[in-house]
Ligand binder design. Structure first.
Ligand code: GLC
Ligand code: MG
Length: 528
C-alpha cells in the first residue's frame, strides 16, 4: 500500500525480533486464545431482580460458544457491599447471593467445560471491603493492635490521593486513626508486608484452583506493595496529577514482584492455569518486569486501549507492546469495564470494527469485553442513574464508568431487552433495541457476524500462526503488517480517503471495499 497507488510489500521497516513466548511453543491455551470478559451484573439476569447473575451466564454459554471464544473472565462475584460493584470484597472464598451460590459457580464451570470454554476469575488482592471480617476487627481494635496491622492505619494521613478522587485516607470515627484506601473509602488497602495477608492470598488461589478455574485476573497487580513509611507523593499534589517523571509512590513498588512470584508459585502446582495482571505502569521497562518467567503469565499493557485512532500511533503502540511483553505473549484489548465502549471512544462504529480486526490479527492473546461484539455505544445516563463511586468521590466532575456497564440487549423489547424480566440496574436506552444479539445473529453484516467470522478465521486459518510481525510501507494514515512466516496481512486505513489494498486474497474486511476494490477510510482488511 502506498499513497501513489502502487503496492509495496517488500519494505519491511521494523526489526522482526519479537519472539513470542516459550509459552506458545508449549501450546498453552492462554498464549493465543480469545478471552471474553463477562461483567456479570450486566450480562444476563436469571431471577428478574435486574442484576445479572451466574445462572444468567450459564444460560448464555451457547451464545459464547457460537461467538467462538476460548475462555471467559468473570468480574468479581464474591460477597460484597457493592460500593465498587464487587471490587470491594468481603469474603474472597464465597459467592454473593446477588449472583448465586458456590453450587451455581461449580455448575457454571462444568457447563462451560461442556461448551469448550475455560473460566477465569477476577481476584482483588490489593484491598478488601470495609465489611471484610479483618477490617471489622481492625475497626473495633485499638490503634497499634495486631488487627490493625493487616491494613495501613496512621494517626496522620500523608498527601496521597485516591484513584477515584479525593484523599486516599478516611477515619473510621472522629478522633480515631486514618486508614489508607487508594480507591473508595469502602476499599481499605491491605498491608502486603504482613505475612497473614500473603498467606490468605495463597489460600484463596488454592480454593479456586481446587474448584477448577483455569486462571485468575489480578486486579491492581501493580499495587500489591507500599513503600516503607508511606512517604508523601512528591508529584504535584491534587487529584489531577501532572506527569513530570517523578515516580508515583502509590504503585509499582519493587516489593510487588515478590507477591507475583508467590502467586506464580501456587499456580505452578496446577498445570495449565494462568494469571493475567492488570498492570498500569507507564514505563515499559518497569512494566516488563511483571511478566518475567517466574511472575505473571500475562499482563494487560493498555497501550492499544489508550491509543487514538491514528495509524502512526497505533503502529508505535503495537511495537511497544510486543517489545515490552518480551518472551511473554502480548495481550490485546480495546475494551473493558473501566473505559467507554470502542464505538464511543473511537467516535464511530466503523472505526470500532476496524480496530477489532487489528486487535484480533496480532500475535498473542485477545481480550474482548461483553457488548463490544455487538458494537454497543456508551449510554449517556442521567445523573440520578449513576452508580460508579467515581461520580460522587470526584465531586461530580468525573461521570465514571457506568456508560459502558449498561446491560447487554439480548432480544425483543425494552425495558429489559431479554437481559431481565425486571428493571435493569442501569436503564437500557431504546437505541439498544436495534442492537440485540438476536437481531445481529440473523444479519450477516452485523458487528456480531464480523466478530464471529474473525474468531473463526483466527482459530482455523493457518495464516494466524506466526508469532512475530513485520511492517510494510503504507500510505499516510495507513498501516499494514504481516504475521512473519505466514501469509496473513492486516491493513488499516485511518485516513479520510480510500487507498489500494496490498496484494492477496481478501479474507475479511470491517466494511465493504469501494467499487474499485480499494480500502475505504476507517476500515481494516485481512488478506492472505
Ligand atoms: C481495577 C478494576 C476497577 C476497580 C479498581 C479497584 O482497576 O478494573 O474496575 O474499580 O481496580 O478495584
Ligand atoms: Mg439476578
Amino acid at each position: 500500500m502506498r499513497g501513489d497507488g502502487e503496492t509495496e510489500l517488500a519494505e519491511s521497516t521494523v526489526d522482526a525480533e519479537t519472539p513470542l513466548a516459550d509459552a506458545t511453543v508449549g501450546g498453552e491455551w492462554w498464549a493465543t486464545g480469545v478471552v471474553y470478559q463477562v461483567y456479570v451484573r450486566s450480562f444476563a439476569d436469571s431471577d428478574g431482580d435486574g442484576v445479572g447473575d451466574l445462572a444468567g451466564v450459564r444460560s448464555r454459554l451457547g451464545y459464547l460458544e457460537l461467538l467462538g471464544v476460548d475462555a471467559l473472565w468473570l468480574s468479581p462475584v464474591y460477597p460484597s457491599p457493592g460500593v465498587d460493584h464487587g471490587y470491594d470484597v468481603s469474603d474472597p472464598r464465597d459467592i454473593d447471593p446477588l449472583f448465586g451460590s458456590l453450587d451455581d459457580f461449580d455448575g457454571l464451570l462444568a457447563d462451560a467445560r461442556r461448551h469448550g470454554i475455560r473460566v477465569i476469575i477476577d481476584l482483588v488482592p490489593n484491598h478488601t471491603s470495609d465489611q471484610h471480617e479483618w477490617f471489622r476487627a481492625a475497626v473495633s481494635a485499638a490503634p497499634g493492635s495486631p488487627e490493625r496491622s493487616r491494613y495501613h492505619f496512621q494517626s496522620e494521613p500523608n498527601n496521597w490521593q485516591s484513584v477515584f478522587g479525593g484523599p486516599a485516607w478516611s477515619r473510621v470515627a472522629p478522633e480515631d486513626e486514618y486508614y489508607l484506601h487508594l480507591f473508595a473509602p469502602g476499599q481499605p488497602d491491605l498491608n502486603w508486608a504482613h505475612p497473614e495477608v500473603r498467606e490468605d492470598l495463597e489460600k484463596t488461589l488454592r480454593f479456586w484452583c481446587d474448584r477448577g478455574v483455569d486462571g485468575v485476573r489480578i486486579d491492581v497487580a501493580h499495587g500489591l506493595a507500599k513503600p516503607e513509611g508511606l512517604p508523601d507523593d512528591r508529584r504535584q499534589p491534587g487529584w489531577t496529577v501532572v506527569e513530570d517523571g517523578t515516580p508515583d509512590p502509590r504503585f509499582d513498588q519493587d516489593g510487588v514482584h515478590e507477591v507475583h512470584r508467590l502467586i506464580r508459585g501456587v499456580l505452578d502446582r496446577y498445570p495449565g492455569r494462568m494469571a493475567v495482571g492488570e498492570v498500569i505502569v507507564r514505563d515499559d521497562a518497569r512494566w516488563s518486569a511483571y511478566v518475567r518467567p517466574d511472575e505473571l503469565h500475562l499482563a494487560f499493557h493498555f497501550g492499544l486501549l489508550n491509543c487514538p485512532f491514528a495509524a502512526d500511533e497505533i503502529r508505535d503502540t503495537i511495537d511497544r507492546t510486543i517489545a515490552a511483553a518480551g518472551s511473554a505473549p502480548a495481550v490485546w484489548t480495546i475494551a473493558n469495564h473501566d473505559v467507554p465502549h470502542p464505538v464511543t471512544r473511537y467516535g464511530s462504529l466503523e472505526r470500532a470494527r476496524a480496530m477489532a480486526l487489528i486487535a484480533l490479527a496480532l500475535p498473542g492473546t485477545a481480550y474482548l469485553y461483553n457488548g463490544e461484539e455487538l458494537g454497543l455505544p456508551d449510554v449517556d445516563l442521567p445523573d440520578s442513574a449513576l452508580q460508579d463511586p467515581t461520580w460522587r468521590l470526584s465531586g461530580g466532575t468525573d461521570r465514571g464508568r457506568d456508560g459502558c456497564r449498561v446491560p447487554i440487549p439480548w432480544e425483543g423489547e425494552g425495558p429489559g431487552y431479554g437481559f431481565t424480566t425486571g428493571t435493569p440496574w442501569l436503564p437500557m436506552p431504546e437505541s439498544y433495541g436495534a442492537l440485540t444479539a438476536a437481531e445481529q445473529l440473523e444479519d450477516p453484516d452485523s458487528t456480531l457476524s464480523l466478530y464471529r467470522r474473525a474468531l473463526e478465521l483466527r482459530k482455523e486459518h493457518p495464516a494466524f500462526r506466526g508469532a512475530q510481525i513485520e511492517w510494510f510501507g503504507a500510505p499516510e494514515n495507513c498501516l499494514a503488517f504481516r504475521r512473519v512466516g505466514t501469509t496473513l496481512v492486516c491493513a488499516l486505513n485511518t485516513g479520510d480517503r480510500p487507498v489500494p489494498l496490498p496484494p492477496g486474497d481478501v479474507l475479511l474486511t470491517s466494511a465493504d471495499l469501494t467499487e474499485n476494490g480499494e480500502l475505504p477510510a476507517d476500515t481494516a482488511a485481512w488478506l492472505a
